[in-house]
Write a protein that binds this ligand. Structure first.
Ligand code: T46
Length: 139
């Protein structure tokens, strides 16, 4: 982690939507809608009654979108915590680096789409909470 971030740096972003008699269409474009370039997309689905995440990233930024159903996202910067219940396909939660995040309470049939600022890198993960706190204290 290079700079201290807080849960207040993480926020909901409204995603453009277009609607007509055929329903809704939402779009996210590089350079227009979000503050990072999208290098990877993945999605979580058919999640049973378990929590996912429970780690922090050193450099990765993400936009989490519940494209279907709902999911609870709990963020922790080592000092403060903040939770969002994502349940609108036209809102995304921007999660900055240096934030411990846990995704829980996935509703039945929910899909959580993740737009990520970096390619997959196992070394970007901090998976031990004690290590996360130690790293924060060094900043
Ligand atoms: C995050 C939350 C919201 C890959 O090989 N490539 C990938 O791009 C990803 C994301 C995962 N994987 C492999 C690594 C593991 O063997 O997929 C497996 C499950 O990944 P993980 O345990 O990290 O899944 P989550 O749901 O705990 O975390 C994921 C993301 O990894 C993470 O960045 O913030 O979703």
């Amino acid at each position: 982690m290079s700079a201290k971030t807080t849960v207040n740096d993480c926020k909901l972003i409204d995603i453009r939507r277009y609607t007509d008699s055929r329903g809704y269409l939402s779009v996210v474009e590089n350079g227009i809608d979000i503050p990072f370039e999208i290098k990877r997309i993945y999605y979580l689905y058919m999640v049973p009654e378990v929590a996912r995440g429970a780690h922090a990233h050193k450099a990765l930024q993400q936009l989490l979108i519940a494209t279907s159903g709902s999911v609870e996202v709990i963020m922790d910067d080592g000092q403060d915590k903040k939770s969002f219940n994502l349940n609108r396909p036209y809102q995304g939660l921007l999660v900055k680096p240096g934030i411990w995040r846990t995704l829980d309470d996935f509703s039945s049939g929910s899909v959580c789409l993740v737009l990520a600022s970096e390619k997959y890198d196992a070394d970007d993960y901090i998976r031990e909470y004690e290590e996360f706190i130690k790293n924060i204290k060094k900043l």
